[in-house]
Design a protein around this ligand. Sequence first.
Ligand code: ADP
Ligand code: ADP
Ligand code: SF4
Ligand code: SF4
Length: 575
Amino acid sequence: MRVAVIDRDRCQPKKCSLECIKYCPPVRNGVEAIVMKDDKPVVSEELCVGCGICVHKCPFNAIHIENLADELESELVHQYGENGFRLFRLPSPAQGKVVGILGENGIGKTTAINILAGKLKPNLGRWDNEPSWDEIIDYWRGSQLANYFKKLSNGEIKISYKPQYVDKLASYKGTVRELLNEMECEGKELDSIKGRKVSQLAGGELQKVAITIAMEKDADIYFFDEPSSYLDIKNRMEMAKKIRELAERKMVIVIEHDLAILDFLADIIHIVYGKKGVYGVVAGAKNVRHGINLYLSGYLKEENVRFGEEIKFEKHPPREKPESMPLIKFEGIKKKFSDFMLEVKGGEIYEGEVIGIVGPNGIGKTTFVKILAGVIEPDEGEVDKKIKVSYKPQYIKASEGIVREAFEKNRDKFHALYEKEVLQPLGIHDLFDKELKSLSGGELQMVAIALCLSMEADVYLIDEPSAYLDAKQRMNAAKVIRRIMEKEGKAAMVVEHDVYFIDMVSQALMVFTGQPGKHGIGMGPYSLREGMNLFLKDLGITFRRDEDSNRPRVNKLGSKLDRMQKEIGEYYYEI
Ligand code: ADP
Ligand code: ADP
Ligand code: SF4
Ligand code: SF4
């Protein structure tokens, strides 16, 4: 089966020489395998011989030709128009279970849940001759989905949907209370922020509001698209518990890229594999542990499909004190704002080190780094020297212009390795011709990370790099951050709430505790194990390592392992 996809945003016939058509062998022989139609080329999948010449000749990477297994042909669920993205198969909602969907960005996850949520009517690939509901129901005859679509098409399934981009809620004009009233939502646990303007809430608070509204709605099936973004670890665990409770009575489907949370949250996983922007295949249901391990292995055994490289987790050695002088030393720092007091004990940061920073929002992490950078003077204590900091903030806003310009503008501030060690491995060149404003959340995040890491600096402060990145992009970003610090002999401080990201990126850990907005205490850097022990003890959560993949897994509260680890004080088990 041949699939030809033309990315209509990338294709720019006015700026190329129509190489795709010019070099196509069938066209040269008078067979119209690819022709212009309404200003854009169109590939005939019947006449195309799949040679792939157009794919390589197109200067904008706008064409994709894939040869897929023939058996998929009868499983096409939806196609976005001629030469458009295709989704094969669907996840199955299950009563009393949390069903997780795991796959990279642009692979069709949202398309799948939009179909199940009744927002998008599946066309079974007949984009030019859309099927009726009867035909759709008939197509799934004999499976649970037939019954599901029958009810859905009759309006007998009530839907609740937590969208991906909670930032959009911030355009609401009124207070949290007014929004909740409008949505007929009580929102008891939001009491402390009800009087505040929605537009002034921080990301984590917006996420909580969105989740509460979705949860309180009376529905049969609940969809949560990336419920963990902007939440700190404690909030993520609370959110996961609530969703699990909800699923005791209802159907729940979740898209989540924080794998430690997904592992804890879901019962069943559907992996979606394929090629970004071209096609996606929803693989059969797997139990959650097996499913995540398969995803990390990059190979689906049952289906015999390789879809990526293996992602490995390593055990962490104790933090070594290098021979070299520390990059920065600090001692007994105190800073008081009108309502907030920060105290950071003494510590040292070495060349080449990546330091994870964990702790809730509003606890003084940014203030601390600003003190290191000399932007803020501490009231007490010392930092041994002024350093230059390159900073990626937590919230990123797209400015005008195209991606290429954003880099060209700053070129004189870049270090020598930016091209090879940052832009290339992060795949930024692929985005160069896009408008910043048209980027997806994940793409914008990648651009912001790349800009930050390209700058010449001593310390890189990267605040929540994982937001909107898929699991693979997270692992890739972690690798790039580590490598550039090693090669340049600089240090990075990474504020993160995704435990897998922390585990992959950091050699050392700083822990911030206290009372958010009132009193923050910063400790460390410690070795990862030591730091995690301190941090997790505070949260009352323990992790063990998975036997097969070596990845950290949350222990069930009160389980034998949980109790044993708490007894011996090993909250983050390395064995
Ligand atoms: P995911 O949720 O996994 O990131 P999506 O389901 O949002 O993926 O999108 C998968 C692909 O489908 C995208 O790469 C895009 O090319 C295509 N797509 C999504 N929505 C539309 C649309 N309305 N029209 C045409 N193509 C679309
Ligand atoms: P985090 O990075 O952990 O989210 P921050 O360092 O940004 O935390 O903020 C910690 C606390 O200090 C917050 O309550 C914030 O409102 C307060 N704060 C930060 N900067 C200032 C300032 N310049 N003046 C007064 N309060 C501030
Ligand atoms: Fe030009 Fe590429 Fe579009 Fe063909 S697909 S018209 S080569 S931009
Ligand atoms: Fe023509 Fe080959 Fe491209 Fe098909 S893959 S449209 S045959 S150049």
